[in-house]
Design a protein. Structure first.
Length: 111
């Protein structure tokens, strides 16, 4: 079996890349913003809240769940979703590291 290009990067680089890729779609951002606005686990039908079809929302929820940005638990016939604070902290720490490092750059020495 050959080496994939992701094998050349660290586990952390691959993880951050997958997280950012999952955040790279406006529908997923809308789902996250909806969950943030509700400030609680959502057990209702997200389809009624967003202008997307049920299969489309299900696919986006699956992508967010695959990278652990959201968590889902089954309650009867309903799946409840909430944001995964551990994963959001990883994203926050990475973005903060980028900002902190970039701020060390002297404006007259950068492009």
């Amino acid at each position: 079996m050959g080496i994939s290009k992701s094998d050349f990067f660290t586990d952390e680089q691959n993880e951050i890349s997958n997280l950012m890729k999952a955040l790279g779609h406006p529908a997923r951002i809308a789902i996250i913003e909806f969950l943030l606005k509700k400030e609680a686990c959502i057990c209702g039908d997200i389809v009624n809240e967003l202008p997307l079809s049920q299969p489309t929302i299900s696919q986006h929820l699956k992508e967010l769940k695959n990278v652990n940005i959201i968590k889902g638990s089954v309650e009867g016939n309903t799946i409840c979703y909430c944001l995964n604070l551990d994963t959001l902290s990883k994203i926050q720490n990475y973005v903060q590291l980028m900002i902190t490092t970039a701020m060390k750059c002297k404006p007259d020495e950068c492009c």
